[in-house]
Design a protein around this ligand. Structure first.
Ligand SMILES: [Mg+2]
Length: 123
C-alpha cells in the first residue's frame, strides 16, 4: 500500500481525438450490450420491453452487432494482431463449449467440439 510519498506514475492518457472516439464508442457499445444481456437474463430472450414493444432478442442482436462493428474499427485503428485474436477466440469457444457441456452432463469429461459456424466478430 502506498504511503502517499511515492512518485506519481508516468502514465499519460491518450489525447488523439480519433483514438478517443474509437475507444469511447467501443466502451459505450459494450455497456449497451451488457444492458441487453441483463434484460434477457431478467425477462427472457423472447419477451418484449413493455413500453417500446421491442423484443429482447432484437435488442441483443442490435447491440452485439454494434459491439462487433466498434471492435472491428478499434482493431483496425490500433493495428491489433488479428491472427492472435482469432486464435484466442477459437480457444475460448472450445473452452466455453467444454464448460457448457459440464452443465448438461456433469459426469462426462469435457470434449473439444468443432467450431460452430462463424457468426462473431472477426477483427
Ligand atoms: Mg448500440
Amino acid at each position: 500500500m502506498s504511503d502517499g510519498t511515492s512518485a506519481p506514475n508516468p502514465w499519460r492518457p491518450i489525447s488523439d481525438p480519433l483514438a478517443l472516439k474509437h475507444l469511447g464508442k467501443l466502451a459505450e457499445e459494450l455497456g449497451e450490450a451488457s444492458a441487453a444481456v441483463a434484460r434477457c437474463i431478467i425477462q427472457g430472450v423472447d419477451e418484449a420491453e413493455p413500453v417500446t414493444g421491442k423484443v429482447n432478442r432484437e435488442w441483443l442482436e442490435d447491440e452485439l452487432a454494434d459491439v462487433f462493428a466498434a471492435a472491428k474499427l478499434v482493431t483496425q485503428h490500433f493495428g491489433l494482431d488479428q491472427d492472435r485474436m482469432i486464435e484466442r477466440r477459437n480457444r475460448k469457444v472450445d473452452q466455453l463449449i467444454a464448460w457448457h457441456q459440464q452443465s448438461v452432463e456433469p459426469t462426462s469429461p469435457p470434449t473439444h467440439a468443432a467450431h460452430a459456424p462463424h457468426v462473431g466478430c472477426d477483427p
